[in-house]
Design a protein around this ligand. Structure first.
Ligand code: SAM
Length: 440
């Protein structure tokens, strides 16, 4: 290592790093910064969504939280933070929309492009930069722009596709991560051995090559049916449908025409502010990246709320109507299992592909509940009810995301808001490990 690099490393070691969190949501990255074991403090956060901000403020009142649109930030705004580290989870819808994938042409990328353009203009740039997004970002034009900006700005960087499952946490949530640090600093791979195996090394791809290679390497592609489902979910949310309308997305497609009418241009623009993440996850994504031995992974039982009373438990039981109609598309897990599916923001409000459900009675006969033999609906319902299937509570989803126990929601937050916000968030321990590796 060169002498100047060693000097830079020493300077960083002695410093309490000033971190700024963009697109802060409920502060998953804030929790990760706190948990990473490196002396750093989140000094400011920027987020446009008022509901998310109420939760952020409830948990982190000491932070200068700005309710602003990042599209309007100038180079002076960014410089005024005097930050050592920028961390961010930009909106992911432009990259989950396979087929319609708007990528850089989707207005929801404007704020991220604004950050990148201003980064290039900043006289004193943050030493570290972390970007989190969905799988799909890795093959986007927006990622190319990020890479070009980092190269131009003299950063060394590494990219990853990682799920909490890869570090022994029983939750599937494959995400893209970019870690970058200013030269002459370098990554020290010996500090991130578990993470480094999940590095991805992608060239900058011109458009025409990218389209072909995506066919070969991007297994996050979803079918046109799944695409339709995602659009329908967004449309339903905007038209205000709630729990009572909860159905399987596949069976909604007959209503597509009506829903499409709601997908007008204004709503697309409004959605920039909604910051919603993907609503359902394709089964290929739910099943991939399961490296790591099962016996190294913790069990779901470790993440349940011990203080959930019988009464609250009843609140999370799956309603009879849903049970009877949609049980076949549910991912049913037990306390002994070591994997849950990715919890999305539509969890508990849509059935398919939005997260696992918990079977709480292990003595009941699972096979008879699912046998295809002829029995009346009432009989089948009784057998299914005996399994006592329930949703994970918001606190349990937060546990699976490794949010600290003192993380909470203001009293005014509804259950639906909690699921939505957590579905947009991230795994704290995974991010803490990545930050720690980046700064090492
Ligand atoms: C993927 S979520 C980030 C979640 C966050 N990491 C957490 O732990 O909750 C993206 C966030 O970006 C916010 N957002 C979207 N566009 C924005 C903009 N132009 N300016 C500021 N915030 C924006 C959304 O409201 C949403 O909360």
């Amino acid at each position: 290592m060169e002498a100047s690099s060693e000097q830079s490393d020493r300077d960083q070691e002695t410093k309490n790093l000033r971190v700024v969190e963009f697109f802060s949501g409920v502060g998953g990255l804030h929790c990760a910064v706190k948990a990473c074991g490196v002396p750093c403090t989140v000094v400011a956060a920027v987020e446009i969504n008022t509901v998310a901000n109420a939760v952020y403020q409830h948990n982190f009142p000491e932070v200068d939280l700005m309710q602003r649109n990042l599209e309007g930030f100038t180079v002076d705004d960014f410089a005024s933070f005097d930050a050592d580290m920028f961390v961010m989870s930009p909106p992911c819808q432009p990259f989950t929309r396979v087929g319609l994938k708007g990528d850089k042409n989707d207005a929801r990328t404007n704020a991220f492009f604004n950050i990148m353009r201003n980064l290039a203009e900043m006289a004193k740039k943050p030493t570290y930069l972390l970007v989190e997004n969905v799988k799909g970002f890795d093959t986007s034009e927006t990622r190319n722009f990020l890479v070009e900006t980092l190269q131009k700005c003299n950063y060394v960087f590494q990219e990853f596709l990682l799920s909490p499952m890869n570090i022994g946490i029983p939750n599937q949530r494959v995400r893209y991560f970019m870690l970058a640090k200013q030269r002459p600093l370098q990554f020290k791979e010996e500090h991130g051995t578990q993470l480094v195996q999940h590095r991805v090394n992608m060239p900058l791809m011109p458009n025409e090559i990218k389209e072909t290679s995506r066919l070969v390497c991007d297994n996050s592609m979803v079918s046109s049916q799944e695409q339709t489902n995602m659009e329908l979910t967004e449309s339903r949310e905007r038209t205000g449908q709630d729990e009572s309308s909860m159905v399987s997305l596949n069976e909604q497609s007959i209503e597509r025409k009506t829903d499409e009418q709601h997908l007008n241009e204004k709503e697309r623009t409004d959605n920039v502010k909604s910051g919603s993440c993907e609503d359902m996850v394709s089964s290929s994504e739910q099943n991939e990246q399961e490296t790591g031995e099962d016996d190294e992974r913790r069990k779901i039982g470790d993440y349940l709320q011990a203080d959930l009373s019988e009464e609250s438990m009843a609140e999370y039981l799956i309603p009879d109507r849903i049970l009877l109609k949609y049980v076949n598309v549910m991912d049913i897990v037990t306390v002994e299992d070591t994997k849950t599916c990715c919890f999305t923001k539509a969890y508990a409000y849509y059935v398919e592909g939005t997260g696992s459900v918990l079977r709480t009675d292990l003595s009941a006969d699972m096979s008879s509940a699912f046998s295809s033999g002829s029995c009346s609906d009432d009989e089948r319902l009784e057998r299914l009810k005996a399994l006592r299937l329930r949703y994970f509570s918001p606190r349990e989803v937060a546990n699976l995301h490794h949010f600290p126990q003192d993380f909470g929601f203001p009293d005014c937050s509804t259950k639906k808001q909690k699921y939505r916000l957590l579905g947009n968030s991230l795994n704290v321990t995974l991010l803490a490990q990545l930050i720690s590796y980046m700064v090492a």
